[in-house]
Design a binder for this molecule. Structure first.
Ligand code: GDP
Length: 298
């Protein structure tokens, strides 16, 4: 389980703590069901998923339940919520290159995730080119270059302040000329200036569409699990501005707020491709709904 999830320890501790004592009562009555629902909300699973799980437990009409039984049902019900959204990144199809636009607020783990995803695709024998499309921050450009070196992938970058859409155009040209399968594009992550961000992403999309009707093939939103419910707001905002096609949630290794993954799945039903469980190149895990559900339920 640890190998598949590489984290969730703090999250499952939080869930266990919130649920503790609830099953010692004589009967699984309405008050206890209410307490369970509240405990799940307090564990960041969100109101929708928490209600759904409560109803599922109620529907089984147990007169009594012990802690172990409760955890087992919880894992089963979480798995039912997660299974429909678990979807590995699929980069089959032509024409090449397959273009992945990576979006998210600064600090969410975007650059790190680009490095990890690039590495994963390289391991599947795909050629990868990284594009430093966050042209607003010199540090972001440098950091992507560091990741390029780390995984042995070329990086196309311009000067700080240069035009992101122009860079992406060059990236597609270079990937095409060199027969590179996948272009992964970093983007700016300033949500403070939504209209500017939207303009820029629209421009990037327009340029991509001119080169390849289907590009971008993926618009990956990177979310920081430690921000809890904030991550859910980000899904809404980015969905509006950028048309998200899938999620990767990061930093699940060190947070007690991993339940937000369940909240996101229930509320948005958007594909979840992978999870980040550390800062290293191998710390990206395919999203395994059963393993994650069991890890969260403890
Ligand atoms: P960006 O600003 O969105 O590009 O974010 P970065 O990729 O620079 O990541 C911000 C910080 O979070 C860095 O210190 C990363 O090492 C760290 N980080 C990224 N992903 C993970 C993860 O899955 N787990 C942990 N523990 N740290 C992460």
């Amino acid at each position: 389980l640890e190998r598949l999830t590489g984290g969730f320890r703090k999250t499952s501790d939080r869930v266990a703590e919130n649920l503790s004592g609830l099953t010692s009562k004589a009967a699984l009555d309405t008050a206890t069901l209410d307490d369970i629902e509240e405990a799940l909300i307090a564990s960041d699973l969100g109101p929708e998923a928490s209600k759904r799980i409560r109803d599922a437990i109620a529907a089984r009409k147990f007169e009594q339940i012990d802690e172990r039984g409760l955890r087992t049902i919880l894992a089963e019900e979480i798995e039912k919520i997660l299974a429909p959204v678990a979807k590995p990144l699929d980069i089959y199809g032509f024409p090449r290159p397959h273009v992945i636009l990576v979006i998210g607020v600064n600090g969410s783990g975007k650059t790190t995730t680009i490095g990890k995803v690039g590495h994963l695709l390289q391991e599947q024998d795909y050629g990868v080119l990284l594009a430093a499309g966050d042209t607003f921050r010199a540090a972001a450009i440098e950091q992507l270059q560091v990741w390029g070196q780390r995984i042995g992938a070329p990086v196309i970058a311009g000067k700080e302040g240069s035009d992101a859409a122009g860079l992406v155009w060059d990236g597609v040209k270079q990937a095409t000329a060199q027969g590179i399968d996948v272009l992964i594009v970093d983007t700016a992550g300033r949500l403070q200036n939504k209209s500017h961000l939207m303009e820029e992403l629209t421009k990037v999309r327009r340029v991509l569409g001119k080169l390849n009707e289907e590009a971008p093939h993926d618009v990956l939103l990177v979310l920081d699990a430690t921000t809890g419910q904030n991550a859910l707001n980000q899904i809404e905002v980015f969905q509006e501005t950028a048309g998200v096609t899938g999620l990767i949630m990061t930093k699940l290794d060190g947070t007690a707020r991993g339940g937000v993954l369940v909240a996101a799945a229930e509320k948005f039903g958007m594909p979840i491709h992978a999870i980040g469980v550390g800062e290293g190149v191998d710390d990206l895990r395919p999203f395994d709904p059963r393993a994650v559900a069991r890890a969260i339920a403890g």
